[in-house]
Design a protein around this ligand. Structure first.
Ligand code: NAP
Ligand code: GCO
Length: 265
């Protein structure tokens, strides 16, 4: 079985992976044998990322690139092909969120979220797919969300983007499945990273943030997820073990989507 999950000899690009979920996935890919390539939007983040990988014993290739910029992405992919090799595995991980009530959100803010969370996965995927077709295989993993399925107050742009990303996932699978490219999503539940830190902030009186208690009550596992919880699912979707899995979103949510919520006492 081990061979089915091996990523030996594979080149994996994980976007926005200096820390957080992307970093954990990249680390797992390294342990499964892949060469890790990542980008981030600022040089300081790339430098910090390279150091963090080094501390884990990983020689990662880090590049500065804003994934919303098509020309910059084309230059990045060309450079990776020259310096590291043709990309076998892409994880569209870079993402942002703006928590603003919809009627107070400007169209510019809405567009910015759509640009990073939906347009960028389109741009990076369309740029790596030709190399994957030539190579005869490819794996694309889009990091979706609970908000690919559910709505909530203040996250209209994020939910619209992540819902769209689920459909982009199915469309890439539909359009390029015949070239032995599998495109799947991972839908993380609520994961403790800097992105969700404001939702877990300890209150001035020392109590938990109300949203923190709400998530624990809403999650059958009764805890927040960790970036490490996503490692096994990501290796599965990047490896030969998932060669006939295409257009699927694997929710890694401690059971949130299965659960109606706690009964009133
Ligand atoms: P994070 O801690 O905020 O990390 C996201 C990374 O993407 C950051 O390094 C960020 O850089 C980078 N980035 C943002 N815009 C970029 C751009 N235009 N070009 C290149 N890099 C860019 O987030 P995370 O919690 O690890 O989340 C990773 C992914 O999982 C996101 O797509 C997120 O929506 C998704 N997700 C998260 C959770 C959760 O509970 N944490 C749950 C479901 C899905 P900066 O630091 O400069 O912004
Ligand atoms: C929020 C959260 C979420 C999560 C995640 C859930 O404000 O509701 O930030 O959207 O980060 O995407 O899967």
């Amino acid at each position: 079985m081990e061979n089915q999950f091996s990523l030996a000899g594979k080149v994996a690009l994980i976007t926005g992976a200096s820390y957080g979920i992307g970093f954990a996935i990249a680390t797992a890919f390294h342990k499964a044998g892949a060469t890790v390539v990542f980008n981030d939007i600022k040089q300081e983040l790339v430098d910090k990322g390279i150091e963090a990988y080094k501390a884990e014993g990983i020689r990662a290739h880090g590049y500065v690139c804003d994934v919303t910029n098509e020309e910059a992405v084309q230059a990045l992919v060309a450079r990776i092909e020259k310096e590291v090799g043709v990309i076998d595995i892409l994880v569209n991980n870079a993402g942002i969120i703006k928590r603003i009530p919809m009627v107070e959100m400007s169209a510019a803010e809405f567009r910015q979220v759509i640009d990073v969370d939906l347009n960028a996965p389109f741009i990076v995927s369309k740029t790596v797919i030709p190399g994957m077709i030539k190579k005869g295989h490819g794996k694309i993993i889009n990091i979706c969300s609970m908000m690919s399925e559910l709505g909530r107050e203040t996250v209209s742009a994020y939910a619209a983007a992540k819902g769209g990303l689920k459909m982009l996932t199915r469309n890439i699978a539909s359009e390029y499945g015949e070239f032995n490219i599998q495109c799947n999503g991972i839908g993380p539940g609520y994961i403790a990273t800097p992105q969700t830190a404001p939702l877990r902030e300890i209150q001035p009186d020392g109590s938990r943030h109300p949203f923190d208690s709400f998530i624990i009550a809403k999650t059958p596992a009764a805890r927040w997820g960790t970036p490490e919880d996503l490692q096994g699912p990501a290796v599965f979707l990047a490896s030969d073990a998932s060669n006939f899995v295409n257009g699927h979103v694997l929710y890694v949510d401690g059971g949130i989507l299965a659960y109606i919520g706690k009964q009133p006492k």
